[in-house]
Design a protein around this ligand. Structure first.
Ligand code: GDP
Ligand code: IMO
Ligand code: MG
Length: 423
């Protein structure tokens, strides 16, 4: 396997965790490069379900090295909980299989509090964040007042830096009518997490350069999705990081000319959790999927909004990410349908357009123009070979790939590793 960037090509939750787990078999190293514990990546190994938030999904395969890159924002208390949770499930995690970048920024409780306060103040305009403090942490990073893992693990420097940051943020919290945070308990909590994480913290840029020089196969695990990207998403209804392919370079320190291919993960339909425009949102498909017990968020448990496949959006995703190959997941979700719709254009204020407008208000006004496809009305979950999929299903999937403008190489018909076929 070549150095591979894997991105979500829709609004997140495309099934990246499952596809990462499958592709990790051929990789040596798996790197997370953006986002924080707003992500929830679900992987099944046999009957056991794992939901990874900060630790790369590659951790479930013995012998692989996982890296949390510099582009990620880390809640140290959250990551310790995740380590403990994995160990309880029998997954050993040590510095031999997990490295954390020394320059990744740290999430503090005031970031979470500010995240929540801003949402309340936005009222109807709220983003619907995961309330994990992601926006305020990246905000501090850009404003050059953030603390990094290298500060957290420095027992001499950290108490003072924490005090400075807390003083400023407590003023802000009080002005917003929120409770100020207590220095001593925060110091104790973060010092305990720092002691636990210190052995994992490394110069991951040097490690990854060494690895790519000797041609190790590196897999870059995207989080969130293209339309949640801070630059290319449906701003302001986005997350605060670069979730598109370029973020894999800046978020790891591995340069673009070391990257070999980009895999885009898509659902065979569309989902979004949180607010913001979703042109193909549709009650029929929402009810169908929720009725099957599917499409509830892996991080917050919220019901995901569902809609038909939107090829205007996925074509845009192929463009900004440079997607070479497509992995389409959740094909089995459509098994029962007689007719399936695919959006191939938008009607905006009377005009037919085939691109995603930059203005979220304009995107919200877009009415999808649909092409209809006959369903296959056959269960697919037990099918393991492309040739054995119903002809209508193969036709539907190849059309999605053609409309998106990339090669279909992976099809997933269930959450398990075995429910995956390669073309
Ligand atoms: P991620 O954030 O992109 O990793 O995706 P999530 O884990 O948040 O959500 C994807 C959901 O779809 C999870 O519950 C997966 O177990 C599930 N999943 C992935 N691929 C398939 C598939 O092909 N069929 C079914 N039924 N479920 C799938
Ligand atoms: P994975 O990696 C789906 C959404 C939130 C909200 C917006 C901003 O599992 O695909 P934030 O907490 O980041 O400030 O929230 O982004 N969001 C996700 N939606 N999957 C995710 O991650 C998401 N991470 C953030 O719901 O709309
Ligand atoms: Mg998810």
């Amino acid at each position: 396997m070549a150095n591979t960037i894997l991105v979500g090509a829709q609004w997140g939750d495309e099934g990246k965790g499952k596809i990462i787990d499958v592709l990790t078999e051929q990789a040596e190293i798996v790197v997370r490069t953006a986002g924080g514990n707003n992500a929830g990546h679900t992987v099944y190994v046999g009957p056991t379900k794992y939901v990874l938030h900060l630790i790369p999904s590659g951790i479930l395969r013995p012998g692989k090295v996982c890296v949390i890159g510099n582009g990620v924002v880390i809640d140290p208390v959250g990551v310790v909980k995740e380590l403990d949770g994995l160990e309880k499930l029998g997954v050993p995690v040590s510095p031999a299989n997990l490295q954390i970048s020394e320059t990744a920024h740290v999430v503090f409780p005031w970031h979470r509090e500010l995240d929540g306060q801003r949402e309340v103040r936005k009222g109807k305009q709220k983003i619907g964040t995961t309330k994990r403090g992601i926006g305020p942490t990246y905000g501090d990073k850009a404003a050059r007042v953030g603390l990094r893992m290298i500060d957290l693990i420095n027992a001499r420097r950290f108490p003072e830096r924490l005090r400075e940051r807390l003083e400023e943020n407590n003023e802000v919290l009080k002005a917003l009518g929120a409770q100020a945070l207590d220095y001593d308990s925060l110091l104790a909590e973060y010092t305990a997490a720092a002691d636990r994480l210190r052995p994992f913290v490394r110069n991951t840029v040097l490690f990854l350069h060494e690895a790519t020089r000797r041609c190790a196969n590196v897999l870059f695990e995207g989080a969130q999705g293209t339309f949640l990207d801070i630059d290319h998403g449906t701003y302001p209804y986005v997350t605060s990081s670069s979730t598109t392919a370029g973020g894999a370079c800046t978020g790891s320190g591995v340069p673009p000319n070391r990257m070999d291919r980009v895999v885009g993960v898509l659902k065979a339909y569309t989902t979004r959790v949180g607010e913001g425009p979703l042109p193909t949102e549709n009650a029929e498909i929402s009810d169908l999927l929720h009725g099957m017990g599917r499409e509830f968020g892996a991080t917050t448990g919220r019901a995901r909004r569902c809609g038909w496949f939107d090829s205007v959006a996925t074509r845009h995703a192929a463009m900004v990410n440079g997607i070479d190959e497509l992995a389409v997941t959740n094909v089995d979700g459509l098994d029962s349908l007689r007719t399936i719709k695919v959006c191939t254009a938008y009607r905006l204020d009377g005009a037919l357009i085939q691109y995603v407008p930059a203005d979220s208000e304009a995107l919200a006004r877009c009415e999808p123009v649909y092409q209809e496809f006959p369903g296959w009305e056959t269960p697919t979950e037990k099918i393991t070979r492309w040739e054995d999929l119903p002809v209508n299903c193969r036709h539907y999937l190849l059309t999605l790939a053609q409309l998106t403008g990339a090669r279909l190489t992976i099809v997933s018909v269930g959450p398990a590793r075995e429910q995956t076929m390669f073309l």
